[in-house]
Design a protein around this ligand. Structure first.
Ligand code: AMP
Length: 192
């Protein structure tokens, strides 16, 4: 199965590019943030448990996250694989993803890292139109918290995937179309 991770800081375009890749390669798109936000809005028991973390822009504890991941990966799908958007966020999650996929007789094939500098991704977060803006984009401290957690965790995650030889960095400052093409070239060449 063509299982991909799309990685990058908040505002790097993970959501946009995951959707495009899901369509092009017939993948099941898992936006972890969307999944958690839906639970929060539904006020399910999981939603009530995770609400404080989402409101503060803090990472939901791994114990809860792994339960969600197992449930998601149990979904029966006729797609060609999964695209993980917003997962992993920590080295432990990256290792957990490898392990849980192995348990299911599958494996992660490639991590695409959308590389954009801080000025660029801050501008992109600010530029999201008010209608389009998420609750957690409106509060400066929450945005900062999400960025800090990215900075604290990214080196370890990148090193881990490089070591596994499952890492491709894409410089994603260009237009959506150009970046999409660059990603597809990398994905296609990986499988040649
Ligand atoms: P996102 O939409 O990916 O920016 O995620 C929004 C919020 O959901 C984050 O600020 C975290 O509170 C939570 N979240 C999303 N993905 C994860 C994850 N993999 N691990 C822990 N918390 C997460």
């Amino acid at each position: 199965m063509l299982n991909l991770v799309i990685y990058g800081p908040p505002g790097s375009g993970k959501g946009t590019h995951s959707k495009l890749l899901a369509k092009r390669y017939n993948l099941f798109h898992i936006s972890f943030g969307d999944f958690l936000r839906t639970e929060k809005e539904k006020k399910s028991s999981l939603g009530i448990l995770i609400e404080p973390y989402l409101n503060a822009g803090k990472l939901v504890p791994d114990r809860i996250v792994f339960n969600c991941l197992r449930k998601i990966l149990d979904i029966k799908t006729s797609k060609q694989g999964f695209i993980f958007d917003g997962f992993p966020r920590t080295l432990e999650q990256a290792k957990g993803l490898t392990k849980i996929m192995e348990e299911k007789g599958d494996s992660l094939k490639l991590t695409i890292d959308l590389s954009v500098n801080k000025t660029c991704y801050l501008q992109r977060i600010e530029a999201r139109s008010p209608d389009n803006q998420r609750e957690d984009d409106k509060i400066k401290e929450t945005v900062e918290q999400r960025i800090n957690s990215y900075i604290a965790n990214s080196k370890g995650i990148i090193r881990y995937y490089k070591r596994l030889n499952k890492y491709k960095r894409i410089f994603a400052h260009q237009t959506k179309e150009i970046t999409h093409q660059q990603i597809c070239q990398r994905v296609d060449s990986f499988f040649k």
